[in-house]
Design a protein. Sequence first.
Length: 273
Amino acid sequence: MLIYKYVPVARFFSNFKFRFTPAEDLNDPMELVPDIRLRDPAAYARDITSRNIESAYFRLLLSNPDLSPEEAWARIAAAAEQLERQFDPIATVKKIYETFMRTTNKNVGVLSLSEDPCSAPMWAHYADEYKGLAIGLDTSSEFFQPKPEEPRVCGQLMNVVYTDTSPVVYVEPGKLDIPKEVFFTKARSWEYEKEWRIIKYLPQASEIVDGPEGKKICLFDVPPAAVKEVIFGSKISADVLEQVEQALQARAPHVLRKRITPVPGDGLRVVDC
């Protein structure tokens, strides 16, 4: 099976690397935004106090040597009970969400692809109004296989599920288990993209370069053998065609060259060059 990456420029062929994009730079601000909930807010509050009550007790004794152990414990227990009553689950969820987003933006990158090489909106939006191209990749390539050293859910090609219901993440005391659905779910309004995606652990990038506004651009090597065809946009320039042809001759002469062509009454069609 082939999967396609629409690109506006031919930069990929200068180095055979793809950028994996962190959540904050994706074009949909609702992507990778889970609905985080506390499974049992009261139990969560009790767990927080129980994990800290003993150390607080000893600190109180050390700072107040005239205080009896019984009185110290009574004070700490009363304080713990008050904290549990004042526990704010909404504020806690907000903090957990902010931590999740900071961690995700720093560590997780997304490569978005499509199973449809003949999508008019995709050619218009992601391939510079038919002046770009679509790169056809073999899904059986090692590029789409998880590596032993990669974190869970990274490295595996999966199709995106389209739903208007955000993935729910239930948080238990001391545990935040993020289901893979968080990374492979989009709103139904994006369904036309027929997207597949793969996520990578950004610190393992092949190359990290400085981007605009101080951002880091994380690039991952793509084996030339993974590229099976290139579909040129119907408005691509002769200069870009020549640039791509030289790169293919040098590193991937096996790649098939094709072109997207509008067919009156029949939409778009891929034809051989």
